[in-house]
Design a protein around this ligand. Structure first.
Ligand code: NDP
Length: 318
């Protein structure tokens, strides 16, 4: 008996809004896409509760429920969704040779990378406990729940500055916890922070721990203990929301040294497209976007990747 190796026209890696949207479009174009769901099926939205800013859901939608809907929609048109991870990709020849973590080897004419990014956290045990109960890594997603309250943002880069100014419009007061005596953020973003009266910057402070009430699964953050790293003095601040904005790590390790990336590991795509430096490989969603990072923008680029994969395949048959 001969061993026939699977050969797919379109293989999608990752299952956030970008991956599923790519799958819906690719399946409807009859590319019979195969999708590997990855380490965190459904992506970052499965770690949030309510999504209120995705168009089309006037009453909001639960993040995991939304991803389940996207999965059903992708499968309805014939996407072959598979649990598991892609562990190796040989891009030296087309079709690309791809290996999954169950040892299966496949050939793929086009690859759509939708592996997303992972928010970095401080790594404190108390931070882990209050995730979903006061601790968040996304002000645009969760800021609304803290209307009129006091919150803190930790970080000193553009993300922290942007999140702090965004939150300042919604909440009563924002403490910006910065570990050095200066911000890394661009001058324009710094000015915005300094000119916002309800943002107080706490320079040279590290986070020691978070505290609050815990009743069964219900957790309510009450405050944070900080340490001034110059004087060693402790300071307690009463807050209900703690936003971690110390950067994201794009999940692009599989393609290190193969695809063009910026210095922080984001896959570089030709502006206005999802094409990478290797013909037939497309990147969409947060793995190639460090600026917008929204579900709706990820979905938009997922659509672009599928359309571009379809055109690429058609051009190969000309
Ligand atoms: P950055 O890596 O630029 O900044 C991370 C910040 O978090 C730094 O201030 C860093 O401190 C701080 N930090 C890191 N680890 C810790 C820790 N353990 N405890 C406390 N603080 C910590 O990440 P960003 O997400 O802000 O930005 C990533 C990239 O995306 C940048 O190139 C940025 O310019 C870009 N960006 C652009 C935007 C735009 O154009 N609108 C919006 C958002 C991001 P330290 O400074 O001491 O190292």
């Amino acid at each position: 008996m001969t061993n026939t190796i699977e050969h797919h026209e379109c293989l999608i890696i990752g299952s956030g809004p970008a991956g599923y949207t790519a799958a819906i479009y690719a399946a409807r174009a009859d590319l019979k896409p195969v999708m590997y769901l990855g380490m965190q099926p459904g992506g970052q939205l499965t770690t949030t509760t309510e999504v209120e800013n995705y168009p089309g859901y006037p009453d909001g939608i639960d993040g995991p429920a939304m991803m389940e809907d996207l999965k059903k929609q992708a499968e309805r048109f014939g996407t072959d969704t598979r649990w598991g991870m892609i562990t190796e990709v040989d891009t030296t020849a087309r079709p690309f040779t791809v290996k999954a973590d169950d040892g299966k080897e496949m050939l793929a004419d086009t690859l759509i990378i939708a592996t997303g990014a992972t928010a970095k956290y401080l790594g404190l045990e108390s931070e882990e406990r209050f995730k979903g109960g006061g601790v968040s890594a996304c002000a645009t997603c969760d800021g609304f729940f803290y209307k009129g309250k006091d919150v803190a943002v930790v970080g000193g880069g553009d993300t922290a500055a942007e999140e702090a100014t965004y939150l300042a419009k919604l909440v009563n007061k924002v403490y910006l916890i910065v570990r050095r005596d200066e911000l890394r953020a661009s001058k324009a973003m710094q000015n915005r922070v300094f000119n916002t009266p309800n943002i107080e910057v706490l320079w040279n402070h590290n986070t020691k721990e978070l505290f609050g009430e815990e009743k069964g699964f219900t957790k309510t953050l009450k405050g944070v203990v900080l340490i001034n790293n110059k004087t060693n003095e402790e300071r307690v601040i009463d807050i209900e929301g703690f936003f971690v904005a110390i950067g994201h790590k794009p999940n692009s390790d599989l393609f290190a040294g193969v695809l063009d990336m910026d210095t922080t590991g984001y896959i570089m795509t030709k502006p206005g497209t999802t094409t990478t430096n290797i013909p037939g490989i497309f990147a969409c969603g947060d793995v190639q976007d460090k600026v917008y990072r929204q579900a709706v923008t990820a979905a938009g680029t997922g659509c672009m990747a599928a359309l571009e994969a379809e055109r690429f395949l058609a051009s190969q048959n000309d």
